[in-house]
Design a protein around this ligand. Structure first.
Ligand code: HEM
Ligand SMILES: *[C@@H]1O[C@H](CO)[C@@H](O)[C@H](O)[C@H]1NC(C)=O
Length: 361
């Protein structure tokens, strides 16, 4: 009898441990581990249809991904130690105080996506800080080969305006960029990891005569081409001349930021940069980890709720290795990592590649 009771206790104990948690019922038959995540399924449906044109990896996605950075990087340990409020990081301040922050020089153009996103956040009653990170995560999941980013919800809706000069400029030196990153808790290699975002990106405002000019030849695929193409010798001026923060690009129709180029060449960042060229999985994994950190700047992650299950699973990219654009050879590569030989890459066949603009929508 005693041993039977003991067994019964053991069985019920095991059952309690292994019984699945009751999942919250959300809209359209979907479930979530936490009831507070359900609202994000409704936000997902709404923004995929009405912000991202039915799930594309187009301009609004690119702008939404950029906005995650411009909100989150508004945080400074240095200013805190000096007794000045240094911004709350990923707190939605760029939306709540857009009349201040979108006037900062480095935020040129983000007003468009802030205005486009705000009504969705208000309609669904979610905080601006949560919404900005959610839209970036959903957006980049639309890009072939994209990451499935972590999404934690529960940021307060309160923020104060970020001070100016916390967002890096493309004309900044490597020293300045890495110092700014470190001041926000981001390491040199994490800065490179985050720049995988420039694989799905274009410029509108460095040279305003050529809006939509992308940073790599495949701006709707989250691939490693960006890291290879930035290393190619620049000999093309895509627009009206060389603007502040711009350097020559390797391909007709492509744009190169000075900041991307100098980071690709600096001994502190060159090897991380080169490591992605033949390893898209590594690029995605390191981007995902760095984004999880960036999205919680100014927050204690353990106090937020993990709603990552709402983020769609992206489709895979065709290639896990970057290809040289047609017309380029290995002698065009300005390899800068001293520790590791430059990997073998092959060139696409056909006439010299020209890069198409990202269409406005
Ligand atoms: C050294 C740091 C960085 C600098 C100097 C920089 C600079 C720039 C500049 C100048 C543009 C073009 C904006 C325009 O003219 O419209 C741009 C676009 C973009 N940036 Fe960055 N960026 C940096 C880091 C990041 C990070 C960390 C992310 C995201 C995690 C990011 C995401 C993007 C995206 C997605 C675009 C394309 C926007 C579009 O196509 O509309 N950037 N960046
Ligand atoms: C967040 O604050 C803004 C004002 O900055 C307000 O318009 C919005 O409704 C607030 N959202 C929530 C969920 O409280």
């Amino acid at each position: 009898m005693k041993s039977f009771l003991g067994l019964l206790a053991l069985v019920s104990c095991v059952a309690a441990v292994s019984l699945p948690q009751k999942r919250a019922q959300c809209s359209n038959g979907r479930t979530a581990s936490h009831a507070s995540c359900c609202v994000w399924f409704d936000v997902l449906d709404d923004i995929q249809e009405n912000l991202f044109d039915g799930g594309e990896c187009g301009e609004e996605v690119h702008e939404s991904l950029r906005l995650t950075f411009h909100d989150a990087i508004g945080f400074s340990k240095k200013l805190f130690l000096e007794g000045k409020f240094g911004g709350g990081g990923a707190d939605g301040s760029i939306m709540a105080h857009s009349e201040i922050e979108t006037n900062f020089h480095a935020n040129n153009g983000v007003d468009e996506i802030v205005e486009a996103q705000r009504p969705f956040a208000i309609k669904h009653g979610v905080s601006f800080g949560d919404f900005i990170q959610f839209a970036g995560a959903v957006g980049v999941s639309n890009c072939l080969g994209g990451p499935r980013l972590q999404f934690l919800a529960g940021r307060a809706n309160f923020s104060l305006p970020s001070p100016d000069l916390l967002v890096p400029e493309p004309s900044d030196s490597v020293d300045a960029i890495l110092a700014r990153a470190a001041d926000a808790g981001i390491s040199a290699s994490e800065m490179v990891d985050l720049l995988a975002s420039h694989s799905v990106a274009a410029q509108d405002h460095v040279d305003e005569t050529i809006p939509g000019t992308p940073f790599d030849s495949t701006p709707s695929v989250f691939d490693a081409n960006f890291f290879l193409e930035v290393l190619l010798k620049g000999d093309v001026i895509p627009g009206n001349g060389i603007n502040e923060g711009e350097v020559m690009s390797p391909l007709q129709g492509e744009f190169r930021l000075q900041s991307d180029f100098v980071l690709s060449q600096d001994p502190r960042t060159a090897c991380e940069w080169q490591s992605f060229i033949t390893d898209q999985d590594r690029m995605v994994a390191k981007f995902t980890a760095a984004m999880a950190k960036m999205a919680t700047i100014g927050h204690i992650p353990a106090l937020l709720t993990d709603c990552s299950e709402v983020i769609p699973i992206p489709a895979a990219a065709k290639a896990k290795v970057a290809n040289l654009p047609a017309g380029k050879t290995l002698s065009d590569v300005q390899a800068a990592c001293k520790a590791t030989p430059f990997p073998t890459v092959t060139a696409d066949a056909g006439p010299e590649t020209t890069v198409a603009k990202v269409p406005p929508s």
